[in-house]
Design a protein around this ligand. Structure first.
Ligand SMILES: *Cc1c(COP(=O)(O)O)cnc(C)c1O
Length: 394
């Protein structure tokens, strides 16, 4: 089995698993309790907060543990919307290729009267800071731009965007779920006010994440109840999961440079191999992309069939199209970078990790080649294209 869907989730690292197992035994107390066993859990929790903060250049009291990336995105955006509304500011700037945790939250706000500007991300999948600056208004209460895209892996000019938001005194949130643990992030260097992260995208457990909110940024609660997380996120903390997340992030940060070098070498080999398939194209910028992301479109085929046949060959990957949601619409990300529907339907996302071997990469290249040829051999669209009844786009 070759797992090439690390953007969907990653396997927990041994260190993260061991941390979690140990703490489930040794620190199962309630961190809000005053007796010794509770205080032990509290210590574990605060040590994790200290570690996570240090790894992104933040202060411990700027970290709020959540149930994952979606919750952090929701809380960041809704908090800034609420704070903005009090000042009569109801305009938000974001991009057309955000994760649904961001886009659907923005849609909810639009129904409540907020105005949302979604920036174009161009063919290379990169937001232009000058276009973003032009979209800012007197009543803009939030800019939210993802650090790296989950489908096409493109890395955004976050530092520049942060700088200009700071200059215009507009809060800046970034969904860094795909980036954190994979490329260096420092909230001070990058001028970030709010940042979302999720443990299961960097070899930690599922259902755990955090929101960084710079000192002075006013958060509202999504979940009301006890005074956990300094009164901003009620609910007894997932102590073992949080500690395992901190362990995973520490490990990822320690080995980041070597992992990134190894994984991006395999990525480049994959891109080179798949580019040899006729009428194919890489999605997103060739250079400014995550170490492990390879996203392609192949003309004349359906991404879903490609995935099923690759699965038969033991290769687990993903398609950009929203087949899992039962929708026939192609991916909003591929449409945002200007892929037409027919082309966007033939997409494949391969996201590799440091566990991927060189042999795996060669196997993926030959299997994808074989399956694409096979699917084209009976594709009506391919027949029209080769007969000249339809123009090739790629
Ligand atoms: C996975 C992902 C999320 C959601 O994180 P969960 O922890 O699964 O809720 C949000 N944004 C991006 C970019 C993601 O890749």
């Amino acid at each position: 089995m070759i797992y090439a869907d690390n953007a969907a989730t990653t396997k927990m690292s041994e260190a993260a698993k061991n941390t979690m197992f140990t703490l489930l035994e040794d620190a199962w107390g309630n961190p809000s309790s005053l007796y010794a066993h509770g205080q032990k859990a509290k210590e574990v929790l605060e040590k994790a907060r200290l570690d996570v903060a240090a790894l992104i250049g933040a202060q411990p009291n700027e970290i709020y543990f959540t149930s994952g990336g979606s919750e952090a995105d929701n809380q960041a955006i809704l908090s800034m919307a609420e704070a903005g509304k009090k000042l009569g500011k109801t305009h938000i700037v974001s991009t057309a290729f955000e994760h649904h945790a961001v886009l659907h939250t923005l849609k909810k706000l639009q129904k409540q009267g907020f105005e949302v500007t979604l920036l174009n991300v161009h063919e290379d999948g990169i937001v232009r800071p000058e276009e973003l600056e032009n979209a800012l208004r007197e009543d803009t209460c939030l800019v939210t731009v993802m650090y790296a895209n989950n489908e096409i892996g493109t890395i955004q000019p976050i530092k520049e965007i942060g700088e200009l938001c700071r200059r215009h005194k507009i809060p800046f949130h970034t969904d860094a779920v795909q980036a954190i643990g994979h490329i260096p992030i420092d909230v001070v260097r990058d001028n970030i006010d709010l940042l979302s992260a999720s443990a299961h995208k960097f070899h930690g457990p599922k259902g755990v994440g955090f929101l960084y909110a710079k000192k002075g940024v006013k958060l509202s609660n999504l979940i009301e109840g006890g005074a956990q997380e300094r009164g901003k996120r009620a609910g007894t903390e997932n102590v073992a999961g949080i500690a395992a997340m901190a362990e995973a992030l520490k490990e990822a940060s320690t080995h980041m440079a070597e992992n990134a070098a190894y994984v991006s070498r395999l990525r480049d080999r994959l891109i080179e191999g798949l580019s040899r398939i006729p009428h194919s194209a890489l999605n997103g910028d060739r250079i400014r992309r995550l170490p492990g992301n390879v996203s392609f479109c192949f003309e004349g085929i359906e991404g879903e069939s490609l995935l099923l046949l690759l699965d038969d060959k033991g290769i687990q990957a993903s398609s950009g199209s929203a087949c899992t949601s039962g929708s026939l619409d192609p991916s909003h990300v591929l449409l945002a970078i200007g892929r037409v529907h027919d082309v966007a339907h033939g997409s494949l996302r391969l996201t590799i990790s440091e566990e991927t071997s060189e042999g795996d990469v060669e196997q993926i290249i030959s299997s994808v080649k074989e399956v694409v040829e096979y699917l084209r051999s009976f594709s009506p669209i391919w027949r029209e294209l080769t007969a000249g009844k339809k123009q090739f786009i790629l």
